[in-house]
Design a protein around this ligand. Structure first.
Ligand SMILES: [Zn+2]
Length: 258
C-alpha cells in the first residue's frame, strides 16, 4: 500500500478537521496538509474557519510554501489571513491558474465552477501518488449545494464531467470522508443530478412553477434545517431546465426556417 490509508489517502497528506460541524459543513471543514517525503516545505489546502485552536494545530505542521484555497466560502477561507500571519507571512493563493511544481509536488489547478463560480479542484501528485482535492465541488458524502446566484448547474455538470476523466485518483473533499476514486464519485453525482432533473421536470409538468413547490413535490420529507438549501437547489434546477428548454426551442425554430 506504500503507506496509503484504507480509503486510498496517500501517506503524504494529513487531515485536520475544523471544529465547525453543522448541517452544511457535515463533520466540519477538512483542512489538508500536504508534505512530500523528505521535503522541508509543505502546503495547506483550505485553512477553514477563524478558530484559534484549529489554526494553531495547522501551524504545528509548518513550514509551508503556500496556503491554497478551493473557493471563497467562509468555512474554507475565513482563517487564512490569521494563519498566514501566525506563520510569518506564508502566501495565500486564491484564484490562481498556474500549476505548481516544487517541494516534491506537481499541483494542477482544475477550474470546476458550479458550487460557486470560483470553485477549483487541485490535482496534486507526489512521486506516482496522485490525489484530487475537491473542496465543496464533490463532498465525501451527500450532495453539494449548487445555488443561485453564485452556483450554476450547467457549469456544475461540466465540472463533474471533467472530474470523471481522472479514474482511480483518491478524492479528498472539503467536508466528509476521503474516497478512493474521484471519477466514480463524479459519475455517481452526475447520475444523481440527472435523476433529480428528471424529477424536477416531472414536477414542472404537474404545475410546480416555483422552487418551493418543486421542493414540496420532490423532497417531501426534507430535514427543515436544510430546506432553504433545497429551495436554492430547486431554483438552480428550474433555471437550468428553462434555459435548456429555451435553447432547444431556439434550435427548433432554426430548423423550422430551413
Ligand atoms: Zn462552499
Amino acid at each position: 500500500m506504500g503507506g496509503a490509508a484504507l480509503d486510498g489517502r496517500p501517506g503524504w497528506v494529513t487531515l485536520l478537521r475544523a471544529p465547525n460541524p453543522g448541517p452544511m459543513t457535515l463533520d466540519g471543514t477538512n483542512t489538508w496538509v500536504l508534505r512530500a517525503p523528505g521535503e522541508e516545505l509543505g502546503f495547506v489546502i483550505d485553512p477553514g474557519p477563524l478558530d484559534e485552536g484549529h489554526l494553531r494545530a495547522i501551524a504545528e505542521h509548518a513550514p509551508f510554501r503556500a496556503i491554497l484555497i478551493t473557493h471563497g466560502h467562509f468555512d474554507h477561507v475565513e482563517g487564512a489571513p490569521r494563519l498566514s500571519a501566525m506563520l510569518g507571512g506564508t502566501p495565500v493563493l486564491t484564484s490562481f491558474d498556474a500549476d505548481i511544481a516544487s517541494d516534491g509536488f506537481r499541483i494542477r489547478v482544475l477550474d470546476t465552477p458550479g458550487h460557486t463560480a470560483d470553485s477549483v479542484c487541485f490535482l496534486a501528485e507526489s512521486g506516482n501518488s496522485p490525489a484530487m482535492f475537491t473542496g465543496d465541488t464533490v463532498l465525501g458524502r451527500g450532495s453539494t449545494v449548487v445555488a443561485a446566484p453564485d452556483g450554476d448547474l450547467g457549469a456544475y455538470l461540466e465540472s463533474l464531467e471533467l472530474l470523471r476523466t481522472h479514474p482511480d485518483v483518491p478524492m479528498l473533499p472539503g467536508h466528509g470522508p476521503a474516497q478512493p476514486d474521484v471519477a466514480a464519485m463524479a459519475q455517481f453525482y452526475l447520475d444523481h443530478r440527472r435523476e433529480r432533473l428528471a424529477q424536477v421536470e416531472a414536477a414542472m409538468g404537474q404545475g410546480a412553477d416555483t422552487p418551493e413547490k418543486v421542493v414540496d413535490l420532490v423532497y417531501p420529507d426534507i430535514d427543515p434545517a436544510v430546506r432553504f438549501a433545497a429551495i436554492f437547489s430547486a431554483k438552480a434546477q428550474l433555471d437550468y431546465l428553462s434555459h435548456k428548454n429555451r435553447e432547444s426551442g431556439t434550435r427548433a425554430d432554426g430548423l423550422d426556417r430551413l
